[in-house]
Design a protein around this ligand. Structure first.
Ligand code: NI
Ligand code: MN
Length: 219
C-alpha cells in the first residue's frame, strides 16, 4: 500500500492493482494528476464541498464507484455515478479489501442544502494495513471504541480546529485511537484552519505514536 496525501483531507491509496480515493477535493493540488491512476473506488466521508470535491467528475471519467452514506450516495447516483450505498455497521467487501464506516461528530449537507445523512469516518483494510480516515470530526468518545474494535495502524486526523478537532484534541484522539502512525490533515487550506504542526508532533510524543507530516507537493 502506498498512501499519497493530495492535500486538505484528500488521499489516494495505491494498491497492487488499483487505487482508491478518499474525500477527493483534488483541486487544492494542481500537481495531482488523477487521470494517470487506476481509480476503482471513491470514498466520501460527508457532503461538504471540501470533501465531496471532484468525486462526481472523477467517478464518471474513471467509471469508478462512489461509496457513501445512503443520502449522499443517492445524490451521487442522481448525478449519474455508480454508487455503493452504505451506513454504519459492518464491513463492506471489495475485490481489493474491506471498508467500514464509523461515526464522525460533524454535520453534512448537499450543495443544494439537502440533508446528506450523517457525517462519517472510514476505515480501510487492505494489504494487511488498516487506515482510519476520520473525516471532519470533533473529539468524541467513539474513538475509544475504534481502537477496541478496529485497531487501525494509521490514523488520518483533522487538526485545523474551527470545524474539527484542533491540535490538542487531535493529540488526545490519537491516544484514544492507538494508531502507531498519525498523519495530520484538514489544516492550513483556509485562513480559519491554521495549525501548529510542530506543536502537534510534540503532543504526539507523549503517546506511543509517530507523527508523519506529508507534503502534498513532495509525493
Ligand atoms: Ni465538513
Ligand atoms: Mn471539511
Amino acid at each position: 500500500m502506498d498512501l499519497r496525501y493530495i492535500g486538505h483531507s484528500a488521499f489516494e491509496i495505491k494498491l497492487a492493482n488499483n487505487s482508491v480515493l478518499i474525500d477527493p477535493y483534488v483541486k487544492v493540488n494542481p500537481d495531482y494528476n488523477w487521470h494517470e491512476s487506476n481509480i476503482t473506488d471513491i470514498f466520501v466521508t460527508h457532503a461538504h464541498g471540501d470533501h465531496l470535491g471532484q468525486a462526481i467528475e472523477i467517478a464518471k471519467e474513471k467509471d469508478a464507484t462512489i461509496t457513501a452514506i445512503v443520502e449522499l450516495a443517492q445524490y451521487c447516483k442522481e448525478q449519474g455515478c455508480k454508487v455503493r450505498s452504505v451506513n454504519f455497521g459492518g464491513w463492506i467487501n471489495y475485490e481489493w479489501g474491506r471498508v467500514v464506516f464509523v461515526p464522525a461528530y460533524h454535520t453534512s449537507a448537499l450543495p443544494d442544502g439537502r440533508y446528506a445523512g450523517t457525517a462519517a469516518g472510514i476505515i480501510i483494510d487492505a494489504e494487511n494495513v488498516r487506515v482510519y480516515h476520520a473525516g471532519d470530526t470533533a473529539l468524541t468518545g467513539e474513538m475509544k471504541t475504534i481502537k477496541e474494535l478496529y485497531r487501525p495502524n494509521i490514523a488520518l486526523l483533522p487538526i485545523g480546529g474551527n470545524y474539527t478537532m484542533d491540535v490538542e484534541h487531535a493529540a488526545i484522539a490519537a491516544d484514544w485511537i492507538g494508531a502507531q502512525t498519525v498523519i495530520p490533515m484538514h489544516y492550513n487550506t483556509f485562513p480559519e484552519i491554521q495549525a501548529d504542526l510542530e506543536k502537534f508532533a510534540q503532543l504526539l510524543q507523549f503517546n506511543n505514536s509517530t507523527c508523519v507530516i506529508l507534503d502534498p507537493k513532495k509525493n
